[in-house]
Design a protein around this ligand. Structure first.
Ligand code: A2P
Length: 279
């Protein structure tokens, strides 16, 4: 297993199991359980995904020690501000059947419920998260879907620079300026939708490279992000795919192949502007 080290020296497995769009109940339970059995030691969930209860149950019943699993959750868009964040996180811990998470993120910077007050609400949420950090209730804290101006606003009052920004990243969606900015601040990058929610798998460029290296299209996409130094969070409910997505550390893409993927257009639809979301 490869690890990425945050600026507070916490190590995160470079591949995590993404649970966005996995429905709560049997499907979430079974796929998380299968992922843990297959060797994943990093699970990414969120209050907004509605599946924390199943994720928590699968972890608790996996037979794997809690401290051997890196667990991430996120503060819901409707729970911004200090008090709401304290309550929401308590609920997440209950659902997840644990007394700490390894990484807690603010899910979106400017949700509809906070649009008139997003800057102050993020500052309040962050203050609560810094207190969780000091109390050992979280091992690291970060943000998701934040752009530069949201981060600049947060840093006006933050004591801790976010350990990570989780954003939409894949071949064709580079977010280059944001990535450069985050790196300069010392933040790690997490790539959500590393397969473009499946849209990249039919790309001719990706499939040609897959044939060249004798791997699947999904593995090529994931390997691309790994070579970029990103933490990846592929989602799947299919056992063979869950397993296959782990098998990406035994081959390398050449500079020429990376260059072709770098040059790809975004074929999976535009990334949402966080200042214009309707949720
Ligand atoms: P499924 O969940 O039905 O197995 P992303 O991680 O970018 O959000 O992409 C998730 C999508 O990609 C899902 O539709 C998932 O399908 C599909 N997927 C994940 N891994 C693979 C794989 N190795 N081969 C084919 N499809 C995959």
């Amino acid at each position: 297993m490869n690890y990425i080290t945050f600026h507070n020296n916490v190590k995160i497995p470079q591949i995590g199991f993404g649970t966005w769009q996995i429905p709560d109940g049997e499907v979430a339970y079974d796929s998380v359980k299968f992922a843990l059995d297959a060797g994943y030691r990093h699970i990414d969930t969120a209050e907004a995904y509605g599946n924390e209860a199943s994720v928590g149950k699968a972890i608790a019943e996996s037979g794997i020690k809690r401290e051997d699993i890196f667990l991430t959750t996120k503060i819901h868009n409707k729970e911004h501000g200090y008090e709401k964040t304290v309550k929401a996180f308590k609920k997440s811990l209950e659902l997840l059947q644990t007394d700490y998470v390894d990484l807690l993120l603010i899910h979106w910077p400017n949700p509809l419920a906070s649009r008139d007050n997003w800057e102050a609400d993020n500052a309040g949420t962050w203050k609560a998260m810094e207190e969780f950090y000091e109390k050992g209730m979280v091992r690291s804290i970060g943000i998701s879907n934040f752009r530069e101006h949201h981060i600049e606003a947060l840093l006006k009052t933050a004591k801790i620079i976010p350990h990570v920004n989780q954003i939409r990243l894949y071949a064709g969606e580079q977010q280059e300026e944001l990535v450069t900015y985050c790196k300069a601040k010392g933040m790690a990058l997490e790539a959500y939708s590393p397969l473009g929610t499946g849209g990249l798998l039919s790309s001719e460029i990706v499939n040609t490279i897959a044939q060249e290296v004798g791997k699947s299209a999904a593995q090529v996409c994931l390997r691309y992000d790994v070579q970029k130094g990103y933490i990846i969070l592929p989602k799947s409910v299919t056992p063979s795919s869950i397993k296959q997505n782990l098998e990406i550390f035994d081959f390398e893409l050449s500079d020429a192949q990376m260059g072709k993927l770098d040059a790809m257009e975004n074929i999976c639809g535009p990334t949402k502007n966080p200042d214009e979301t309707t949720f």
